[in-house]
Design a protein around this ligand. Structure first.
Ligand code: ZN
Length: 134
């Protein structure tokens, strides 16, 4: 099935050929078309749907149990979240990055495991600055 956005789309208000653009919303890049004449905008329906799923998922809070596994603790990540990430990332490694972000808060990052999280680089930078002061 071909994508509707690969076709020429005419503005419903003024019948002008609409231009393909990208719209940023909360870090999401959504495909859209705009009319240069009247300013009408249409977001790609699939991108819009995916974005709405993300917004709904963000509102949810899950209660998960902590379990003792070997010498570590394990928590289960709800399938809903993993499925959403899989759809977003297309490819997901089995490795995820985990770090203590703050007291009482652990951060789990999917995607690029090799790059350092921004806040760790910041801490290292602060440590370097302090070392240089001495
Ligand atoms: Zn128009």
């Amino acid at each position: 099935m071909s994508d509707i956005f690969s076709n020429t789309i005419l503005c419903g208000k003024c019948n002008t050929k609409m231009d393909r653009v990208q719209v940023m919303r909360n870090g999401f890049v959504l495909r859209a078309v705009t009319c240069s004449k009247c300013g009408s905008k249409i977001i790609h329906p699939r991108d819009e749907q995916e974005y709405n799923e993300f917004v709904n998922l963000k509102k949810k809070e899950f209660c998960v149990k902590m379990r003792f596994v070997g010498n570590s603790y394990a928590v289960s990540i709800p399938r809903e979240i993993v499925n959403f990430i899989k759809v977003q990332e297309k490819i997901m490694d089995d490795m995820v990055r985990l770090c203590l972000e703050d007291f009482g808060r652990v951060r789990l990052e999917f995607g690029n495991v090799n790059s350092k999280p921004a806040h760790i680089e910041k801490i290292n930078l602060n440590a370097k600055e302090k070392a240089e002061v001495k």
